[in-house]
Design a binder for this molecule. Structure first.
Ligand code: PLP
Length: 442
């Protein structure tokens, strides 16, 4: 072994993502198996997964139908290139996905992750305008605190400072809208806050005036802020955003990597909010995260522009070796069948009020200064200790794990995302542990 000075040095070779490697490796948290709502740790403890893996294992872990589909596919055809060849199941999946998105969103481009989906969507938007004869539309607009994965496109439109500041000048010509939540006004809102959405959107009109619409390609937003701590935009925000972008010929991209496939109790956020963007990204829940997969769905107008507006040959010079990988597709078809047969979206809708009440029952517990919820997604703000961002929230995350549940901390927030199959009775233990944890941390 190359890195062996003390007992945990065998952990050094794996450089872990988005993890404080130094402290993790002093005291590692290792999972060895997973089934249904639970993980099992290497030392044999059961951990209730209150975060659906990472917003992704929506149907619970190792669902037998998904496992079987992957096993069968691995034995039948392990790989097939997506460049100039296809396999039937990929076309079938694209149809199953397209049927769940509103309006004329109907053409699916497969990727292997959410980050790739975001960069694909941005490239699609830029190329669309160019093919459409509006090549001056090159500017992109994201949002403060937005998370759009870790590719250079995604971190350029993203607005989480630590994800950007180490990496140079990023894409040029990017503006950011304000974060659509004000804790002084919106704290403890149930679902969508009542604030006036124009508080957050008038800056879009100013940006359009400043640069002129003819230079702006697209606006990208998470319909529900996920990674920055689970925040819900105010009522009417997305409708208004759609109106403004449409008026100026600017494409609207919803980054639905978290929200597609049931998190809000609908097939996707576009359906939930009744707002049809031009492009949506997806990943995670598409196949229950059993094999890496993402995708982008585009409107007919965009697809037709590529198909009709380019010369013979390849219309979009973009793609991945593993696009529509047979194992990912097999897992996705199985997952999609389960969402449908077990009425998962409807079940989340039916239990969403129960989840909301349980979230807000935490009000008044020590250190909790805000509570947010939508569908099966919850967010808490944990008061800072001695002005240090995230220190107490991270302790909360560690203590919750010690107490038997997996949640996620980011900055001063704790996010909760129960597995979508969880019944009301199965949600209860999450809240017992959150309560206990809030009372135990200092
Ligand atoms: C909204 C959003 N976009 C993109 C991503 C990136 O996805 P991935 O980690 O699969 O690259 C995430 C991941 O959480 C996300 O929440």
């Amino acid at each position: 072994m190359k890195n062996a000075d003390n007992k945990n040095d065998h952990l050094a070779a794996y450089w872990m993502p988005f993890t404080p490697n130094r402290t993790f490796k002093e005291s590692p948290r290792l999972y060895k198996s997973a089934k249904g709502l639970y993980y099992e740790t290497a030392d044999g403890r059961k951990i209730l997964d209150a975060f659906s893996g990472l917003w992704c294992s929506n149907l619970g872990h190792c669902h037998p139908k998904i496992t079987e589909a992957i096993q069968n596919q691995a034995a039948k055809m392990d790989y097939s290139t997506a460049f100039n060849f296809g396999h039937e199941a990929a076309f079938e999946l694209a149809n199953v996905v397209a049927a769940q998105f509103p309006g004329d969103l109907g053409h699916v481009f497969f990727t292997n992750s959410g980050s790739e989906a975001v960069d694909t969507a941005l490239k699609m938007a830029l190329a669309y305008h160019r093919i459409n004869g509006e090549g001056t539309r090159t500017r992109l607009i994201g949002r403060v605190n937005g998370y759009h994965g870790v590719g250079f496109g995604g971190i350029s439109v993203g607005g989480m400072v630590n994800n950007r500041k180490f990496f140079g000048t990023l894409l040029s010509g990017v503006d950011h809208l304000p974060f659509p939540y004000n804790p002084n006004e919106d704290a403890f809102s149930r679902g969508e806050p009542n604030s006036d959405p124009m508080i957050y959107l008038k800056e879009l009109e100013q940006i359009i005036t400043l640069h002129d619409a003819s230079t702006i390609a697209a606006v990208i937003v998470e319909p529900m802020v996920g990674s920055a701590g689970m925040y819900v935009p105010p009522k009417g925000y997305l409708k208004k955003l759609r109106e403004i972008t449409q008026k100026h010929g600017i494409l609207l991209i919803f980054d639905e990597v978290i929200t597609a496939f049931g998190r809000l109790g609908a097939a996707n956020a576009a359906t939930y909010f009744g707002v049809t963007p031009d492009i949506c990204t997806m990943a995670k829940g598409i196949n229950n995260a059993a094999v890496p997969m993402g995708g982008v769905i585009a409107s007919k107008k965009i697809y037709d522009t590529f198909i009709d507006g380019t010369k013979a040959g390849i219309e979009f010079f973009h793609g991945y070796t593993y696009s529509a990988h047979p194992l990912a597709v097999a897992a996705a078809l199985a997952a999609q069948e389960i969402y449908d047969e077990e009425n998962i979206y409807q079940r989340v809708t039916e239990n969403a009020q129960y989840f909301e009440d349980a979230m807000h029952s935490l009000k008044g517990l020590p250190h909790i200064t805000d509570i947010r919820n939508i569908g099966y997604a919850g967010g808490l703000t944990i008061a800072q200790r001695d002005g240090v961002v995230g220190a107490r929230a991270y302790d909360f995350f560690l203590k919750a794990f010690e107490n038997g549940i997996g949640v996620r901390s980011n900055g001063d927030s704790i996010a909760i995302a129960p597995i979508l199959t969880s019944s009301r009775a199965e949600l209860d233990p999450i809240f017992d542990v959150l309560r206990k944890t809030a009372n135990e941390i200092s």
